[in-house]
Design a protein. Structure first.
Lengths: 261, 195
């Protein structure tokens, strides 16, 4: 019961406090207004380049939207403890580490899903796309899986954040890599081979590919492989991040390096 | 874009960061006017964007073979710092305007894409309705962007540079007035370190 309480209640409180949402109104500019402007930027750029915004931007941008709420939030909900001088107190508790850290990922995934869902609806309305009704539920599932994968890379960067002082810069580097490599604005087929190869190991890539096909009317059975690949990528990053956090916690006890970085 | 990105979020959080570090009271208590402390900080933030500009040009040339031919080098070298200074002044206005908000960084972050969009960084302003162009006229990045583009393409960037700097000066004047008001209110209510 204690572990469940830490997982659900502790995770929600950590998300709200450490990512800065104790006052919920701030969600509106960050998660409602900003995605709309992101979509406007991408769709107008696509229009200028005479691309087809209905197929490229409208499905890719909302699918890529979890990279901010999921990746950034996951990093801040763990690495932010040190900034608030609470990391030592948290790690000194006897709480089990799995609910302690993974509980923080659940609100992050949920947030990523809702922000992406809103961005999809708003982006569709702005650009004027038509998505087949039968594709909406599969796209929702793709967004959940993509949010999970972005949370996984957020957990990995949170682990690195226990080594490096400036997690915001680290997050922005990850943000830029995902934006350029994952086919958000430029299709993978238009990129050099090495970039496309790297993209296969990054979250978002397979989710965006699946969302694009579903928006174009493909059946879910045709994108099952991409969805599974996206989930696998997220799982690998998540496990790597959790392992890194655990290792650094043990190292910090041995070398007293918890607050040093 | 790099100059604005370096300014918007950082400026939004500038005073909050001082508050977290416990240095805001010391800066306010210093004999120098608080504006003289904060304005160089925001201009320095904007100056970081020069690195973005230089590396973008360098990578574009090295990786993609993009040659940028500058027609008026002298005017280009005037237009870039003028734009940076004006954007830094806009950052100053943002920093002092958001001082009462705990999550000012999020508000600063919010401004990143809209300014890219409506100041003509990504797409020509002619694509937008008239009311959007009216908003863009009071934003210094619009004129800074135009001055850089005109100096590179061989136009006449001087009027754009002057308008950009004039708008920057206007932001500074407004910012100083906001600082005066904010400090007076903070002293009366003892709220300097509170949000």
């Amino acid at each position: 019961m204690t572990s469940l309480r830490i997982f659900f209640i502790g995770g929600l409180m950590s998300f709200r406090a450490l990512f800065g949402w104790l006052s919920p109104w701030i969600l509106i500019p960050t998660y409602v207004v900003a995605p709309i402007f992101q979509i406007c930027c991408s769709s107008t750029s696509a229009a200028l380049q005479r691309c087809n915004p209905t197929s490229s931007t409208s499905s890719a941008m909302p699918s890529s939207t979890p990279r901010f709420p999921a990746s950034f939030a996951m990093t801040h909900t763990i690495a932010g403890e040190r900034y608030q001088n609470t990391l030592g107190a948290v790690l000194a508790t006897p709480a089990k580490r799995v609910p302690l850290f993974l509980g923080r990922s659940l609100p992050v995934i949920a947030n990523g899903f809702f922000v992406s869902g809103f961005a999809f609806a708003a982006g569709g309305a702005i650009v004027g796309i038509h998505v087949p009704a039968r594709s909406i539920a599969p796209i929702a599932l793709v967004i959940v899986v993509t949010s999970f994968a972005c949370t996984g890379i957020g957990l990995a960067t949170a682990g690195i954040g226990l080594l490096a002082r400036d997690t915001a810069t680290l997050d922005n580097i990850v943000f830029g890599i995902l934006l350029v490599f994952c086919g958000v604005n430029v299709s993978l087929s238009d990129m050099p081979g090495w970039m496309s190869t790297i993209a296969q190991g990054l979250p978002l890539t397979h989710g965006i590919e699946a969302a694009r096909k579903l928006a174009d009317g493909a059946a879910f059975s045709h994108v099952g492989g991409s969805v599974a690949a996206e989930a696998l990528v997220g799982l690998i990053y998540g496990l790597a991040g959790y392992t890194l956090i655990g290792t650094l916690e043990r190292q910090s006890r041995i070398h007293a390096t918890l607050e040093r970085a | 874009m790099g100059v604005w990105a370096a300014t918007s979020t950082a400026a939004g959080a500038a005073l909050q960061r001082e508050r977290w570090h416990g240095t805001l009271e010391l800066l306010v208590a210093a004999p120098a006017h608080f504006s003289l402390v904060l304005l160089p900080v925001t201009i320095a933030m904007a100056s970081n964007g020069i690195y973005s500009m230089a590396t973008t040009l360098l990578w574009g040339w090295l990786l993609f073979g993009i040659d940028v031919h500058i027609q008026h080098w002298l005017l280009f070298c005037i237009a870039v710092p003028a734009t940076v200074i004006a954007i830094g002044m806009l950052g100053f206005l943002i920093a002092v305007s958001f001082v009462r908000y705990r999550t000012a960084w999020a508000l600063g972050n919010l401004l990143e894409y809209p300014v890219w969009l409506i100041c003509g960084f990504l797409v020509p302003l002619s694509l937008f309705p008239g009311w959007v162009r009216t908003i863009s006229w009071v934003l210094a990045p619009t004129w800074g962007m135009r001055s850089i583009r005109e100096s590179a393409l061989g136009g006449s960037p001087l009027p754009d540079i002057l308008i950009c700097l004039a708008l920057g000066a206007g932001y500074t004047v407004i910012g100083v007035l906001v600082v005066e008001w904010f400090l007076r209110a903070a002293r009366v209510r003892a709220t300097l370190s509170l949000t």
